[in-house]
Design a protein around this ligand. Sequence first.
Ligand SMILES: [Zn+2]
Length: 150
Amino acid sequence: MQFSNLDQFKNVVKDYVVFEGKDVIFAKHDNTRYRVMCAPTCPWTILCSWAHDLKSYQVETFIDTHSCPREMKLGCAITKWISEKLALYIRTNPNVEGEDVMNHNTIGYGLNVSSNKVYKAWGIARDIVVGFEREQYGKILIKIVALLLK
Ligand SMILES: [Zn+2]
């Protein structure tokens, strides 16, 4: 599996571990390598590093065996992760309400997250969507002004 950058790798791993219910440790080595480990007694680990011949980041080591139980409460920046997923959901469902947000989160990912955390993530998600829309609106406005000035 190849990645264009380490953030892309980290996002894919985060989706995977949240879906699996694992609380992992993201340990960036440097700008060319990134390791993710599970609990100290669990063998699960994944290491991604820069592959010169492929000109991309590639998974170098992947031990996909857990000896740890499923975690229902994940600490790996879960609010930010939920807010990013909710931002995608809000873009396609702009009239979403609070109860819809709870159902989307718990049904879609099987997480046991407090309602306070979900509402906090919902607020962040709305800010992400509004920021994106402002950015898009600004780009359109610039194009319109450029056309009018011709
Ligand atoms: Zn594990």
